[in-house]
Design a protein around this ligand. Structure first.
Ligand code: EPZ
Length: 433
């Protein structure tokens, strides 16, 4: 049965929250883990839907997946008997396409259905395929499947026409056991790129320059066992930072790498929130109504597109006129209609949202259009006067572990209940008054 969140807004968030492992790093790392025949142990894995779907896809091709706990898994790729990932996996989670790079790199052949994922705009994968072809692979698209094979993969110079996280990771995977040197120019620089490269290096790969726009990969003959702990999730952390500021709370966000959060911290400080950095934590608080600003999403180290709906929600409550320009994905403003129903005053023109700040939201029944927008709408509900229900929360659960529990531990009044269960709604309302 589908669930929804019910929220009574108005409680400032207070206390401490511990951030989990980075979903988007974990997706690349789990795919990389099948590239050795030895056992790999991965820790600080987020227990979220996207990860569990990818683990199922990995199992479906015969790899051995052993969950040691909610945040730890062992993978052994020696038992892989199939190199085909069907549409069922890929339809649920786009990042299954990392298995294309991983299987091609290891077995020189792979078949993966064309990807689905969050509907945030057209999401071509031409740069991934260009990379595979440059390494010497044949790539055909037929019957909805990407079919790729090679006699031998040979390093090459690959210039990405667009800065792409997915293409950078997929090419690192496909090339780390290729013959000779591969250079990726105009590579993405996100922290999860560095984490995937560090993980591959811990298995014996030779990758240098990850985190800059030029990555050099010297092919090695084989990869070996490794034990690895995934970096903290920059976007989960950023979401709690915004939630603390929006509710005029005071929250210590632990297990983070403050450097990864700089683009977000800087904007929060600019509009008047307090952000204090510690070695592995940030503390965010706000007392007064915040101010306006201009934001443009950009590849790292710019402001992350995955934080765009959350910051826009905060700006919708701030004083004055703000603009938010989405330059990565064309369809990432679908939450604006829902926010408008809560009282926000936002006009979208092309890829720019023009936000006239209002002094408050009012609760409404709303629906999460995708993962990050869903999280932003929960934040809106936490601030709104009265009750808000957010449905389609399966989107939120793709990337946030125990979102409701972490929020309630900070003092939020919210619960997960079955959709349209009037009894549960009434029970919650009775408790909440
Ligand atoms: C990754 O998606 C993330 N997903 C997304 O996170 C994130 O929004 C995005 O990077 C940008 O940071 C994962 O890591 C699994 P891209 P990805 O390739 O790799 C264009 C979330 O909320 N492009 O960096 O798919 C593309 O259309 C999710 O956790 C091409 O034109 O993003 C986009 O405009 C949603 N051709 C831009 O590049 C290609 O071959 C950046 O996309 C590839 C991409």
């Amino acid at each position: 049965m589908e669930n929804q969140f019910i929220i009574k807004g108005g409680n400032p968030l207070h206390g401490e929250v511990v951030i989990g492992g980075a979903k988007n790093a974990a997706l690349g790392i789990l795919a990389a883990a099948i590239m050795t025949d030895e056992t790999v142990t991965i820790d600080n894995l987020p227990n979220v839907r996207d990860i569990n779907v990818l683990l199922t896809a990995i199992e479906s091709i015969g790899a051995t997946v052993n969950r040691l706990g909610p945040h730890e898994v062992q993978i052994n790729g020696s038992t892989i008997s199939d190199v085909t990932i069907d549409y069922d996996s890929i339809r649920k989670i786009r990042a299954s396409y990392y298995l294309l790079g991983a299987l091609l790199g290891k077995y020189k052949r792979a078949q993966v259905a064309l990807p689905g994922g969050c509907d945030i705009g057209s999401r071509p994968i031409d740069q991934h395929l260009k990379g595979f072809r440059a390494l010497g692979a044949t790539v055909n698209i037929e019957y909805g499947m990407i079919n790729t094979f090679a006699d031998q993969l040979t390093g090459n110079h690959i210039y990405l026409d667009v800065v792409s996280v997915g293409a950078t990771i997929n090419i690192m995977l496909a090339s780390c056991m290729a013959e000779g040197r591969t250079v990726i120019e105009n590579a993405a620089k996100e922290p999860h790129i560095v984490d995937v490269a560090n993980f591959l290096n811990s298995m014996g790969a030779n990758i240098k320059g990850a985190g800059t726009d030029k990555i050099r990969i010297d092919g090695v003959k084989r990869l070996h066992a490794s034990e690895y702990s995934i970096i903290p999730d920059q976007i989960e952390a950023g979401t709690f930072m915004v939630a603390a500021a929006a509710t005029k709370g005071d929250v210590l966000i632990r297990n983070v790498i403050p450097k990864h959060l700089e683009a977000i911290s800087v904007k929060l400080i600019e509009i008047g929130a307090n952000v204090e950095e510690f070695d592995d934590a940030v503390r965010v608080s706000a007392t007064d109504r915040l101010g306006h600003t201009q934001i443009k999403t950009l590849p790292y180290p710019g402001f992350p597109t995955d934080m765009q709906p959350q910051i826009a929600t905060l700006l919708a409550l701030s004083n004055g006129t703000s603009t938010v320009t989405e330059s990565i994905f064309e369809n990432r403003f679908k939450y604006v209609d829902e926010l408008t129903r809560m009282g926000a005053n936002i006009k979208v023109e092309g890829n720019v949202a023009i936000i006239e700040g209002v002094t408050g939201f009012t609760g409404a029944s709303i629906s999460a259009p995708d993962l990050r927008a869903g999280a932003a709408l929960v934040v809106a509900g936490l601030v709104a006067d009265g009750f808000t229900t957010v449905d389609s929360i399966h989107f939120i659960e793709r990337g946030y572990e125990d979102f409701d529990k972490k929020m309630t531990a900070l003092g939020a009044c919210m619960e997960k209940i079955p959709v349209d269960d009037e009894r549960e709604i009434q029970k919650f309302k009775m408790k909440a008054v």
